[in-house]
Design a protein around this ligand. Structure first.
Ligand SMILES: [Zn+2]
Length: 92
């Protein structure tokens, strides 16, 4: 999966309210293939217990948690994705 696709997936996890904070720095993320736990430490680095994170050190779940904690980034991604959607529509 490309990083773009991963960001898009992360954004949809947030929109679908599939990211839930259960305690300080601990999040439950309901992904397509299961529910995963994302941990965020004080420095802002995140880890996820899904297989994708184990092999690639990044995944849509951990990205979603990063985005939720960074409203500016979330807004920027939102704008970017909307622009892309419009672009696709006008090509049809
Ligand atoms: Zn994950």
């Amino acid at each position: 999966m490309t990083l773009d696709k991963m960001i898009e997936k992360a954004y949809h996890l947030i929109c679908g309210r599939r990211v839930e904070q259960i305690e300080e720095g601990v999040y439950n993320v309901v992904g397509e293939h299961g529910t995963y736990t994302v941990m965020r430490d004080l420095s802002g680095s995140v880890t996820c217990n899904c297989p994708g994170f184990a092999s690639r050190k990044k995944c849509s779940h951990s990205l979603a948690v990063i985005m939720i904690n960074n409203p500016d980034l979330l807004r920027r991604i939102e704008r970017e994705l909307r622009r892309e959607e419009r672009g696709l529509k006008s090509k049809r």
